[in-house]
Design a protein around this ligand. Structure first.
Ligand code: ADP
Length: 398
């Protein structure tokens, strides 16, 4: 069945129509720079890219333009439902949910945990309900996959009342991606569905790792927010929390400024002083830019350390899975990370590392020992599949 997948961010709305059975993408696109004079609607259809100005469009105008576009290409009347990416489901959701008033209220309750993401996610849901009043709508949460973590993984060692009264705990993100690539890796490597232990590394602009034990997340690196964990494009990852108080005093600035620096001016960008983009850094490092090289080295070290940490929660490693823009494409990063993890008995096959994905099942190690595999993520497909499954279950129950 054809599902419209919506991912509404603060200034953008990504969309795709996906056939949940075949995985075929009928159309995909993004309305971006919303609420600005430069707002555009860009889309890809039948392999061709298109774009049009939607000056000053807000989410409402943009989503109406998307529906108009879908009508124009004959896809609007063929939709079975709408699947929404929702970033923070707190501890309230451990799986995807058909959207009801109660579900909306719970997503609203999670706004203090995801103040930047949940409001635009909710706005997308509201507009979509107005535009498609007859279609079932489903919420798919970034946090849900990690709800299977045990307390030793999700608790921070802070006063217990912070957890009880203020919901301070590790939630983890990128759950849809970790779930998708772990399922694909199990299939591609022929691992038993009920007996496997994987570390999944989603390395994009945001980066997180997860430990997946028999299909369930048992630990992950991101925390209460996506700032925790490994070094990212512009985020610091885990740091000594005292740095925040120290820099407030040193800069004579408030916590908001320091947090902004940790979210937007740190990570690869912070160390290199050049860019958050791995391609740019690799090029610069090759041309002798020392801090670009240092940023890449720190990044790989941080990912390898976290991967080794994830193995503690698994007790055994069957496979390490790379995904995300860096994980899927940066041959050099994969090689460095795997080299640092050599003590686990992993040996990279340098040729496979280079040719992976080109008519190949993604494995980049020799067939013995723990495997390393590259699996392109597809969060939209996972959202479409969850949505289709929920719609089918509701139809059966009706
Ligand atoms: P997002 O988290 O925004 O979805 P992506 O998953 O697209 O981001 O990842 C973006 C990162 O992937 C950037 O750092 C980019 O440089 C990196 N990347 C993409 N292609 C390559 C490549 N061929 N080689 C190295 N890095 C790449």
């Amino acid at each position: 069945m054809n599902v419209l997948v919506l991912n509404c961010g603060s200034s953008s709305a990504k969309f795709a129509v996906i056939d949940s059975a075949s995985g075929a993408e009928r159309i995909s696109g993004i309305a971006q720079r919303l609420d600005s004079p430069h707002a555009t609607l860009d889309w890809k259809l039948d392999g061709h890219r298109h774009s049009r100005d939607i000056h000053h469009a807000d989410h409402d105008v943009a989503l109406r333009a998307v529906v108009e576009l879908l009508r124009g290409v004959g896809l609007a009347d063929d939709l079975a439902g709408v699947g929404h990416r929702v970033v923070h489901g707190g501890a309230r959701f451990s799986g995807s949910m058909p959207i009801t008033e109660e579900v909306v209220a719970k997503i609203e309750e999670c706004i203090p945990l995801g103040p930047l993401h949940n409001p635009p996610n909710l706005r997308g849901i509201q507009i979509s309900q107005e535009l498609f009043p007859k279609l079932p709508q489903v919420a798919v949460f970034d946090t849900a996959f990690h709800q299977s973590m045990p307390p030793r993984a999700y608790l921070y060692a802070v006063p217990y009342e912070w957890f009880e009264n203020h919901e301070v705990r590790r939630y983890g993100f990128h759950g849809t991606s970790h779930r998708y690539v772990s399922e694909q890796a199990v299939r591609l490597l022929g691992l038993p569905p009920n007996d496997h232990r994987l570390v999944t590394a989603h390395l994009g602009n945001g980066c997180s790792l997860a430990a997946v034990h028999d299909g369930k997340s048992v630990d992950t690196t991101m925390g209460l927010t996506p700032l925790d964990g490994v070094v990212m494009g512009t985020r610091s990852g885990s740091i000594d929390p005292s740095i925040i108080a120290h820099m407030k005093k040193a800069l004579h600035r408030g916590a908001d400024h320091v947090m902004d620096q940790l979210n937007k001016r740190s990570g690869l960008l912070g160390i290199s002083g050049l860019s958050n983009d791995m391609r740019t850094l690799q090029e610069a490092a090759a041309n002798g830019h020392e801090r670009a090289a240092l940023a890449i080295e720190k990044f790989c070290y941080s990912v390898a350390k976290a991967a080794a940490g994830m193995v503690v929660s698994l007790g055994r490693l069957d496979a390490l899975v790379f995904t995300g823009g860096i994980g899927e494409n940066a041959t050099l990063v994969r090689a460095k990370v795997v080299e640092l993890l050599g003590f686990l008995g992993i040996t990279l096959d340098p040729e496979l590392n280079v040719i992976h994905g080109k008519g190949y099942n993604g494995r980049i190690t020799q067939a013995t020992g723990p495997q390393v595999i590259v699996v392109p993520t597809n969060e939209e497909l996972m959202i479409a599949m969850d949505t289709a499954e929920i719609i089918a279950a509701e139809r059966r129950a009706a």
